[in-house]
Design a protein around this ligand. Structure first.
Ligand code: FAD
Length: 447
């Protein structure tokens, strides 16, 4: 069989290369480090964790925990290595970073079917099956080449995103559905504030703690000039937000019959109306601070945040326009993509894409039909969002329960709902594994 090219030996690329080789298909894996350094990575190991040493919650009734369990059952190498080098972390899967990356890197590099090349790939290879796994900091020449392939508007370099909350977690006694001046459909959830609530929120916002910028990000701030963080707007004066994203005009609160003093609007993020985006709330605040301050917004007191706001460099494709649920490009089915560049967020999500792209590239090389993950699994729902989200508002997404198809009749109790999602997902992944003859995660000896 022909060899598959994997470009990028980060988390997604390491998983993809190993899955492909494990299926018996030779791989040429190109990683630019250390020949060309990345601004965020510190080592030349494959699958390096760029920042935190945590893969997120372990419990399977949390979205990241469920995704990890599915990946274990699918035979993910990265999760198996992470499990082997886990350190106590209060309910999260955190790893001994140095030992984990060395072990993972050696397992991938030493696989007899993987040829590792330390090289920067500067253009899309002309022929063959190729997986792009070059991550949020894809080097410029390759990004330009991807832009030429996909069209200029289908590759973004920066991500200035507002937080997203689960619609089910909003307090519907406080928020109301309406569009400004009741024009068109009632498209927004509105969170009305009186003057005292607004003042308390404004004071908390201006005093909240910012996330620290990485060195390379200082220089990049200039790209965000047209898009100010919500806390920066607040610092410009007490009234500024009331004339900006918190403008109350035309929003009649049905409980008072009047416009509120200020109003936060939430815009629908997905077709099913289960994810809602805080309009104009792109922010650099620390994640804990975002939760603390934004939960002061009336109606959001118990909000479940599926994604917090970010303003950072992030190269990602407009995947709903470009990719099939097999992670193949619609227009070039021998090209695949995985990891952060497809618009997923976080380590475990990158492993998911890597698993699927590697598995499918091997199947293509063997003349077999590529796989689509079941939609009721967290892995399948995440890839489903990437391939079928709304291309107009597409933003990177971490795993979360609002991506899963609802269970009818709706289970009101949140914990019981999550258990039901989990049980259905794990049953589906087991059936999927049996149907396609996939093996469980390899048992690894400690390195
Ligand atoms: P990466 O892990 O970045 O891998 C991409 C690889 O491709 C790199 O090794 C790179 O050197 C290589 N590459 C790029 N261009 C080329 C080329 N042209 N030729 C050859 N090789 C190339 N996620 C979390 O879950 N937790 C965190 O704490 C976290 N912190 C982050 C901090 C920063 C500063 C950044 C930028 C991202 C952070 N993320 C975090 C998101 C994180 O990047 C992803 O979760 C994860 O690394 C994505 O995996 P990936 O394989 O898609 O990309």
């Amino acid at each position: 069989v022909e060899a598959v090219r994997v470009i990028g030996g980060g988390i997604a690329g390491a998983e993809a290369a190993w899955q492909c080789a494990h299926a018996g298909v030779p791989v040429v894996l190109s990683e630019m480090r250390p020949v060309r350094k990345s601004p965020a990575h510190h080592t030349d190991h494959l699958g390096e964790l760029v920042c935190s040493n945590s893969f997120g919650a372990m419990a399977t009734d949390r979205a990241p925990g469920l995704l990890k369990e599915e990946l274990r059952r699918l035979g993910s190498l990265v999760i198996a290595v992470a499990d082997t080098h886990a350190v106590p972390a209060g309910g999260a899967l955190a790893v001994d970073r140095a030992v984990y990356t060395r072990d993972l890197s050696e397992r991938v590099a030493n696989h007899p079917l993987i040829a590792l090349r330390r090289e920067e790939v500067t253009a899309i290879p002309e022929a063959g099956i190729v997986i792009f796994a070059t991550g949020p900091l894809t080097s410029e020449p390759l990004a330009a080449s991807l832009q030429a392939l996909t069209g200029l508007e289908y590759l973004s370099f920066f991500d200035a995103a507002s937080p997203i909350v689960e619609g089910e977690s909003l307090d519907t006694d406080k928020v109301f559905l309406a569009s400004r001046y009741d024009r068109g459909e009632a498209a927004y959830y509105n969170c009305p504030m009186n003057e005292a609530q607004y003042r308390a929120f404004w004071e908390a916002l201006v005093a909240a703690e910012q996330a620290e910028l990485k060195e390379f990000e200082h220089e990049e701030r200039k790209y965000f000039e047209a898009c100010l963080p919500v806390e920066e707007l607040a610092r410009r004066g007490f009234e500024t937000l009331r004339y900006g994203p918190l403008k109350p005009v035309g929003l009649t609160d049905p409980r008072t019959g009047r416009w509120p003093f200020a109003c936060v609007q939430l815009r629908q993020e997905d077709k099913a109306g289960r994810l809602w985006n805080l309009v104009g709330f792109q922010t650099n605040l620390k994640w804990g601070e975002q939760k603390r301050v934004f939960q002061m917004i009336p109606g959001l007191e118990s909000a479940e945040f599926v994604r917090l706001g970010v303003m950072h460099r992030n190269t990602f494709l407009c995947s709903p326009h470009l990719l099939a649920p097999t992670l193949q490009f619609h227009t070039h089915p021998r090209l695949l993509a995985c990891g952060q560049i497809t618009g997923t967020e976080g380590y475990t999500a990158a492993v998911t894409g890597g698993w699927l792209a590697g598995t499918n590239a091997a199947r293509l090389a063997q003349g077999r039909k590529p796989l689509v993950l079941p939609p009721e699994t967290m892995a399948g729902a995440l890839v489903g969002y990437v391939s079928h989200g709304d291309p107009k508002t597409f933003q990177p997404m971490p795993p979360n329960f609002a991506l899963l198809p609802e269970i009818a009749p709706r289970i009101r109790h949140k914990q019981q709902r999550y258990w039901a999602y989990r049980d259905r997902a794990l049953a589906a992944i087991d059936t999927f594994g049996r149907t396609h003859g996939l093996s469980a995660a390899p048992a690894l000896a400690r390195a």
